[in-house]
Design a binder for this molecule. Structure first.
Ligand code: ACO
Length: 325
């Protein structure tokens, strides 16, 4: 009998502080940086984002999302035998956010590690967990995307600081006799490092370079629309499916124009697009599991629906996962 993996529970968590575009515009104006609700909504679809308090880390957000996913799956932390956290804003340089989160869940022993693929992190992490489950290395995994991007934003750069937010989403992925995950397709092209990066590091006790996010928005936009279409088509082909089989498209929530552009290229109705970017902004690796959980809890996504998850981000990285929920 074949062994597959299937999502059995979803969860998410947003830090309580909700910052509207108007709030942000007021805060930025105090620094002499000009922006407006109208510009942000028209160019991105974002209306608000959540920012974590200064002492709140990615593992703090992630563990709340994980607890909710465990509850939805009817599982106890002690039953989990694999933890993967997708994050580009870990609590520390090391150990991983996954190890810290494991301890916060009150468990020990199972493998726990982070995956760093920026906004593609969740589809990368889900694909790794699926492979480990199918090969028998794990049977009940927690896969989490958690970010505090507010820590790496340059609040004097209006072209980037209005775009991002903090949050976490999680799924419990379990071994199953039936799929579950139908196919996935991951890619990277490191020649594009410079168009989206945080070009700093720590050396000899000092921050070297610039530890704040830099982005060439137009270059990212052009690349994103092309690779999201390619990844979706490649994944459908691997699974022997077509666009018509997709019930819900859950792309990385960066910009409503990129998301709608992808749906149109796939000739999908915009009604099948799950959208949370207006309320969350871009939460990087957390954006897809956050959107998934919201759509599940609101009753949009139902058991048996076919979902296409798609990530794209710094690296450049991109990929897609097709699954029966
Ligand atoms: N408020 C007001 N005006 C602004 C702002 C702002 N926040 N930001 C830029 N502008 C101005 C610019 O200065 C420019 O003014 P000018 O014409 O006088 O020079 C004008 O608005 C237009 O700027 P563009 O950069 O051309 O705006 P564009 O329509 O390309 O939108 C955006 C910019 C939203 C960043 C878009 O390019 C985009 O969404 N790119 C993709 C970003 C993305 O998806 N990133 C996430 C990838 S995931 C990851 O790995 C983190």
């Amino acid at each position: 009998m074949s062994r597959y993996s299937r999502i059995t529970g979803t969860g998410s968590f947003l830090p309580p502080q909700r910052v509207t575009n108007a709030d942000l515009a007021t805060q930025l104006a105090a620094r002499g940086v000009e922006t407006s609700d109208q510009w942000i909504v028209e160019r991105t679809g974002i209306r608000a984002r959540h920012f974590a308090a200064p002492d709140v880390t990615s593992s703090d957000l992630g563990v709340e999302a994980a607890r909710r996913a465990l509850e939805a799956a009817g599982r106890q932390p002690g039953e989990i035998d694999l933890i993967i956290v997708a994050t580009s804003t870990p609590d520390m340089i090391f150990p991983s956010a996954a190890c810290i989160l494991q301890n916060k869940l009150g468990i020990a022993g199972c493998p726990a590690f982070d995956v760093q693929a920026v906004c593609s992190g969740f589809v990368y992490a889900l694909t790794v967990a699926d492979a480990m489950i199918r090969t028998g290395s794990a049977s009940k995994a927690l896969v989490i995307g958690a970010e505090v991007f507010s820590r790496i934003l340059d609040f004097t750069d209006r072209t980037t600081c209005v775009l991002f937010g903090d949050g976490a989403g999680a799924v419990v992925l379990e071994a199953s006799d039936t799929p579950g995950i139908l196919a996935s397709d991951l890619h990277a092209d490191g020649k594009h490092v410079g168009i989206l990066c945080v070009p700093g590091t720590v050396s000899g006790g000092k921050v070297m370079g610039d530890p704040l996010l830099k982005m060439d928005g137009q270059a990212v936009f052009r690349l994103a629309v092309g690779v999201l279409e390619e990844a979706a088509r490649a994944t459908l082909k691997k699974a022997g499916k077509t666009e018509a089989d997709i019930d819900w498209l859950i792309p990385h929530q960066a910009n409503i124009r990129i998301m709608q552009g992808t749906a149109k290229k796939l000739k999908m109705s915009l009604d099948k697009l799950v959208v949370t970017v207006h309320e969350h902004g871009n939460t990087s690796a957390a954006s897809i599991p956050l959107a998934l959980d919201e759509a599940v809890r609101s009753g949009k996504i139902k058991k048996g629906d076919t979902l296409m998850l798609e990530g794209v981000g710094g690296g450049f990285t991109w990929g897609a996962v097709l699954l029966d929920f």
